[in-house]
Design a protein around this ligand. Sequence first.
Ligand code: SF4
Ligand code: SF4
Length: 440
Amino acid sequence: MTGTPSGEVPLLFSGPDAPSESDLYKCVHCGFCLQACPTYLETGLETESPRGRISLMKAVNEGRVGLTDGVIRHWELCIQCRACEVACPSGVPYGRLIEATMAQVETKRKLGLIPRIVSDISLRRLLPHQSRLGMAVGALRLYQTSGLQRAVRKSGLLRALSGQLAEMEESLPAIPGTTFRATGQVIPARGEVRARVALLSGCVMPLVHGPQMHAITRVLARNGCEVVVPKAQVCCGALNSHVGDLETARNLARRNIDAFLDSGVEAIVVASAGCGSRMKEYGHLLREDLDYAEKAGRLSAMTRDIHEFLVALPFEAPSGTLDYRVAYQDSCHLSSAQRITQPPRDLLQSIPGVEFVELPRASVCCGAGGTYTLTERDFSLRLLDSKMNDVEETRADVVATANPGCLLQLQYGAAKRGLPIDMRYVVELLDEAYRAEDRQ
Ligand code: SF4
Ligand code: SF4
């Protein structure tokens, strides 16, 4: 469909979640953002750049272009890494624009069968319900530990059914025996109490990275924090927002607001960059909600990424030594959405024995991006491949990062290439150094 130059302009974006015109028309098409955009760098195509995507949003908004599959496709290929926001001298809030745009096209997207099934099941039926998610991850662990996974892989059955399905199965993370549960527990501070904080447990992270969640509470306690883990908390809603399902995201946000604001803490600490970024923007997400707008703003103001929190506290540098060469991959939702780049590096460089090495193009997305690994598999793997070339260049023993999606993606990248490189959370390494100190 083309536009209607007759005068009457059918605005194809509509409703309270439509991209705001003041945000859209901030873009002056200067192109400074192009070299920061991973999908532009991969394709060299204007339509796969921030400027091109914004132009399409404007064209649709003005009725010059219809919401065709081809147009939607360019927005779908955006990882929502928000690197363009950092590069933009005009302050275009691209994250808000693409979130609002995806909400407009949510029901019109044409995903492949497998990504649609996986994404619908995980986003709508599992993530909002921690007990169901726990059962699903438990079943996955049984599949992995019972020998069934080995048998399925050996049989080649999945590959015969679908190469994509087999490849997705191969990228499943190994589920550990230790999980982390939000039960309303209070973890006491070690020594003098310096702060009382609440911890976001999250949805996937406590099940897939349970040991690391325990490490996070140990690091907080070691630095004098009493840690409250509210039982009523739920998934932050970041993944639902990513695909434009803002209604579910808002419902989850309201439940978290009720769970956290009553916990009597001075800060809400979040160890996953994507969740921290989402919670810091609850104020915007619930701006039209008369009952929750003010509370959402308050929760956002209390939310702290764990690296920024520890450095501001300030944390105590460990005296235990780790003999690793460590590179750091910026998680987009930490570096671009929250603009936090130095604190994770400060934490790593405080560890005696760590040889810190900068990863070339550390701020370029690894291809994880919310549900991107499921819905845009090919592109996600192209970006991962470029990232792993850079990782190999560092000759690091360990690559540290700050987000579960990035960690899993990098782990898969290393496994595919047979690289003996450990992928770890920054705070997990700090915990290891504190434990080495305790043994001294
Ligand atoms: S988003 Fe910003 S940097 Fe990119 S073209 Fe528009 S104004 Fe320029
Ligand atoms: S969010 Fe990332 S992938 Fe999307 S347009 Fe901006 S830089 Fe490109």
